[in-house]
Design a binder for this molecule. Structure first.
Ligand code: PPY
Length: 301
């Protein structure tokens, strides 16, 4: 049976590279044919998997420079039915793509907000005159670059090849070890067996907004000897100052320790969602780009 993976398109995004790297990994282990399907936004890609249109979705979740991808966290909490199957960590190198022959003629730079932020210092120093325009992905505006030398986009070397665009400046990210973590998500209702792994991700809201309310769940992790590798808050969107907490734990939720901690958490949280237990794999973008030459991709509205 073919495995279909929804990703943030159009073609050439970093998420697609991560999806290609992940499908290489899948094919090495189980060898099902893999088909990638592009969606115009992260929520639409996630909804496709929740609706059963695709087997999996791959979404960016955290960047080493910029932190959490808030759309991903918010949509995961809203849908509540997607489980994390794997995490994929991939190095990200940005280039400035443009038909311009020098920086001084560039008036506008398009890119995904994460990419604009990851190159913020470079942009301030080298293109202080340019308008920075956020797009839904790093490749959304690439078609506009073909016949206009006053515009540029921040995207990957692979995207430059796909869209036949020159790279005016390579490696413009502010931090050379810039990496993004992606989650591979699967519909909870279609998951046959619980996935085992080294990490578990949860989100919870607190029953009362009072001193020490957050201390209780954190104390559960401390007493259980469970290390937190991330904690991030997002507004509940119910009232100002009320938060959801997303945590990544270095534990298997199905271990005895994990089960006991989850049980204890039920008593000191209001809503608690377990997004699943999974392992982390690393992705090589150059191997993924090489695979792209043989991979069939498909776009949906
Ligand atoms: O827009 C893209 O190419 C994406 O896949 C989102 C993204 C943007 C910047 C770094 C990592 C992922």
């Amino acid at each position: 049976m073919t495995v279909t993976i929804a990703y943030l398109g159009p073609e050439g995004t970093y998420t697609q590279l991560a999806a290609l790297a992940y499908s290489l990994n899948l094919e090495q282990h189980t060898s099902p044919p893999v088909n990638l399907v592009a969606f115009p936004s992260i929520p639409k890609a996630m909804q496709a998997t929740a609706d059963g249109m695709t087997t999996l979705t791959i979404v960016p979740v955290e960047n080493s420079t910029e932190g959490g991808v808030t759309t991903t966290l918010d949509t995961l909490w809203q849908l509540q039915q997607l489980k994390i199957h794997h995490a994929v960590v991939m190095p990200i190198r940005h280039g400035l793509l443009s038909q311009a022959t020098c920086l001084s003629v560039i008036e506008t730079v398009f890119s995904h907000p994460q990419a604009l932020s990851q190159c913020q210092r470079w942009l301030e120093h080298n293109l202080p005159q340019a308008n920075l325009v956020a797009t839904r992905s790093t490749t959304e505006a690439l078609d506009h670059l073909t016949d206009n030398s006053t515009v540029a986009a921040i995207s990957s070397e692979w995207a430059a090849q796909l869209y036949n665009l020159p790279i005016l400046v390579h490696n413009i990210n502010d931090h050379s070890d810039n990496c993004t973590k992606f989650w591979v998500l699967k519909d909870d209702n279609r998951e046959a067996d619980p996935v085992k792994g080294r990490y578990t991700s949860l989100a919870f809201s607190l029953p009362v907004n009072s001193p020490g309310a957050l201390l209780k769940p954190l104390d559960v992790f401390a007493r259980s000897g469970i290390n937190l590798s991330r904690i991030e808050s997002r507004p509940t969107k119910r009232s100002l100052g009320e938060y959801l907490f997303f945590v990544d734990l270095e534990t298997d939720a199905y271990s005895q320790t994990g089960q006991q901690a989850l049980n204890e958490l039920l008593y000191c949280t209001e809503s608690l969602v377990n997004f699943g237990t999974y392992d982390v794999v690393t992705a090589d973008p150059s191997l993924a780009a090489a695979k792209a030459k043989t991979q069939s991709t498909q776009a949906l509205p």
